[in-house]
Every structure is written in structure tokens, then in C-alpha cells.
Design a protein around this ligand. Sequence first.
Ligand code: SAM
Length: 257
Amino acid sequence: MSAGWDPAQYLRFAGERLRPALDLLVQVPLPDPAQVVDLGCGAGNVTAMLRRRWPQAEVVGIDGSAAMLAEARAVLPGCRFERADIAAWRPACPPELIFSNAALQWLPDHARLLPRLLGLLAGGGVLAVQMPAMHAAPLRRLQAEVAAGGPWAERLAGVAPARAILEAGEYWDLLRPACASLDIWETTYLHALEGEDAVLQWALGTSLRPYADRLDGEERARFLRAYAAALRPHYPRRPDGTTLLPFRRLFLLARRE
Ligand SMILES: C[S@@+](CC[C@H](N)C(=O)[O-])C[C@H]1O[C@@H](n2cnc3c(N)ncnc32)[C@H](O)[C@@H]1O
């Protein structure tokens, strides 16, 4: 399961990270679902949005990180939160909505995972998913390059880089046979980040974690400086101090037969 998540670091860019969840939520065509699941709910920000949209529904948050769940429980005492590995998770009764924002990219084998999640829904239920599609971007590519190119290389050799998700058409082929309707789209957001080495700070909240968690002290600091230096030419600070981060995301909205 997922250890090492730091809610404070992840929430530094809460606005940018929540916007895609909102863009997905407005597309969900369910007027009054009784059971709603926030899969990979993290610190509960998206769970709160689901609760606000459907105050009558039972909203359950599922996550593998005890630290994230502790944060979620503190902010949303009215929702139920359960610790589980998404790969093995099964609901007690089939929900009408499984909503997952920025979580499924951490899991392997989407060819099995996505159809399995669709199959867990009640008839007519909706699977709504948003995932970063950043595997080819400098942000990600440079993590592996810097990890392999410094004195820390041996220590970081076992770190699996953030996975590549599938192509949009592959999700279409996987899900279409079991769907009444299917909508897939991609959006590239241009996040305007504030502060020094803002892209490093962004990555520290998510994809850089598996590397940074393996190092400590001066070695960790040197690794972070090397990664920050490698990022700068790709994400220069603008004259007003802003750093622009183009961030591509894939959305899918699948309605079960
Ligand atoms: C980037 S955060 C997203 C949190 C939340 N959905 C949001 O949008 O703010 C990813 C979350 O997925 C969870 N996660 C990753 N892999 C998981 C797994 N196999 N089982 C359960 N949770 C997992 C992590 O613990 C983390 O809280």
C-alpha cells in the first residue's frame, strides 16, 4: 500500500490539484446517487466536494495511506473513511458512483483494474476517473535521469518510476463493451505556480516521493538540488516570478450497462 504520503506537501498546490476533480465532477450525470465512493481519497478534499454535491448520499473515502486518512477524518467527521489497497478493494454493496481523482495512476495493470472497477458498480452506475498523463514530460523524465546520474544511483536503483498510463484509445477498447456510454477526454492545464523551484515543490507532493523517501540528510538535499537545476531550463521562472507548468490529464466517464 502507499506509505510516505505527506498531506501538507500534497496540499501546497490544493487549488491546482482540485480543479481537474471539479471539471470531472460537473460531467457526472447522476442526480441522486445513494452510495458514492471516493477511491484514493487522500486528505479528503474531493470527498468534501462529493458530499457537497450529494448531501443525501453515503460518501465513503478509500485510501491506503494512514496519514492521508487521518487528515481526511479530521476535516470530514461526517464521512466514512476506510483503509484499503485499491487493487484488492471491493465495496460491501455496489455503489452508483466510483470517483477517483489522481490516484489510479499509482496502480499497475489498468487492463484489468479499470474493467474490474466498472464491474463493481450498480447497474447504470458511473466510473469517473482523472489521471495525470505526464510520463513523457520533463518533470517525470528528469526524475529517472537525475536518480541514475548521481552518487545516489545505487540507492535509487530499485525505485520504480511513476507508471505510464495507457493511451486514451486503449481505455476506450477496454471499457466500451461493458458501457452504456463512455466519454474520454484530455486537458493540458497551464498551472501558474508561485515560489522558488515551484516545480520541484510540486513533484515532492507526488511523483518525486518514491525517490526522495529513500534518501536523507545532505544526500537528499543534494539530490533535490540536482533535480531542481535540471528542471529550470524546461520550466523557467517568468519575469513576474511565476513558473508555468503544462500538465496533461486524462479523464474518463464510463456508465455501466
Ligand atoms: C495524489 S493523491 C490524490 C488524493 C485525492 N484523490 C485528491 O484528489 O486530492 C493519491 C492518493 O492515492 C492513494 N493511493 C495510491 N495508491 C493506492 C493504492 N494502491 N491503494 C489505496 N490508495 C492508494 C495515496 O495514498 C494518495 O492518498
